[in-house]
Design a binder for this molecule. Structure first.
Ligand code: HEC
Ligand code: HEC
Length: 304
């Protein structure tokens, strides 16, 4: 009798359990894809460089084959191929290695990466979703030059490696909802709105200006003598671009995509953001202290 019962239990529950696991896995991957091409915008740096135009102007889900390059005094940094290709991409990486990269800025050789990815506080559920998506993404075999640290960069890298944590911080999930609380999480820890829209030191990267009151001059991708300037987006600042906007205006602007060619704002990715998330960000921005700082027009010819 007991054996029969066991058999029935096995037949009834095993496939069901497997099915729910599959469902969990596919909704995890779906969430990962939404983040990568939407609010987290990994695509703005890792998208295959020759397909960037399709992403920036049309929000196309181009492969993350890499190639975008930054020249800095610390060295020349290249966004790598992060497709699931086993030789050129992250196909052979463990989950732990990917967590260390995104949480602690460490490469798979244990050395510090240039701290350009600011997802340290992204929650565990979203981190797991992104990693699940990365591992199942379409592999693209394409060799990309590796980053190269200058001699001064190598010293900085040594310090960065020494001070990097190898513990993976645990960050509890937060329920996605059109609330200021969820908006804060997206704007600060996922979409990096505050990191671009706040003035920072060009040498150390430290924040110097009032949060959301306008960012540093960023060299445009189309013309090296033109700089694009993230505007003041505090709620009631005298020079804030959103001072007279309603939620409807904000939603409308996010649906329209890139207008200023060469802008760094990842409009193509944010066009994929759903209404709930854009609403949450709007609600959060309404709670940010207003600042009257004037960053000037969005296109300028001075570096800062
Ligand atoms: C602002 C640009 C930028 C954004 C946005 C960005 N990355 Fe990166 N990423 C880089 C750069 C540059 C490197 C290489 C750093 C170095 O070589 O020191 C890198 C390295 C990596 C690596 C290590 C790969 C290797 O082969 O060493 C992984 C994995 C990675 N990024 C994943 C992501 C994911 C996932 C996202 C989105 C959640 C993301 N990145 C968003 C610029 C970016
Ligand atoms: C990589 C840098 C970067 C990030 C990240 C970024 N922005 Fe921007 N943003 C800019 C720049 C540069 C401009 C000015 C040029 C333009 O309008 O494209 C801009 C413009 C804007 C504007 C004015 C648009 C208009 O039509 O006047 C708003 C509103 C805005 N950003 C909100 C946000 C929000 C909200 C987020 C996060 C979801 C965000 N930005 C993330 C760089 C950034």
């Amino acid at each position: 009798m007991r054996n029969y019962l066991l058999l029935i239990l096995l037949v009834v529950f095993t496939p069901l359990q497997a099915l729910t696991n599959d469902l969990d896995q596919s909704s995890l991957v779906e969430r990962g894809e939404y983040l990568v091409y939407g609010p987290a915008a990994c695509v703005r740096c890792h998208g295959s460089i020759e397909q960037m135009e399709a992403f920036e102007n049309h929000g196309e889900k181009i492969p993350l084959g890499g190639g975008r390059t930054w020249h800095m005094y610390l060295g020349t940094f290249v966004a790598p191929n992060i497709t699931s290709d086993r030789t050129q991409g992250i196909g052979g990486w463990s989950t732990k290695q990917l967590e260390e990269t995104l949480r602690n800025d460490l490469g798979n050789d244990g050395k510090a990466l240039i701290p350009m990815m600011e997802y340290h506080q992204m929650n565990d559920a979203d981190l797991a979703a992104i990693i699940a998506w990365l591992k199942t993404s379409q592999p693209v075999t394409r060799e990309i030059n590796r980053s190269h640290w200058s001699w001064i960069g190598k010293i900085a890298q040594w310090f960065l490696t020494r001070s990097a944590s190898t513990d993976i911080a645990q960050i509890p999930p937060i329920e996605p909802a059109p609330t200021a609380e969820y908006g804060r999480y997206l704007a600060e820890d996922v979409a990096q709105c505050g990191n671009c829209h706040t003035r920072r030191s060009q040498t150390t990267g430290r924040f110097e200006g009032a949060r959301y009151a306008g960012g540093s001059h960023l060299q445009t991708t189309i013309n090296p003598s033109l700089y694009v300037v993230p505007p003041n987006i505090t709620p009631k600042g005298v020079h804030s671009v959103i001072r007279d906007w309603t939620l409807a205006d904000f939603l409308q602007r996010f649906s329209e995509g890139l207008k200023l060619q060469g802008s760094h704002m990842p409009w193509g990715a944010f066009q994929h953001m759903n209404k709930r998330d854009v609403t949450a960000i709007w609600k959060y921005l309404q709670t940010v202290p207003s600042s009257d700082y004037n960053p000037g027009p969005p296109l300028q010819t001075q570096s800062d």
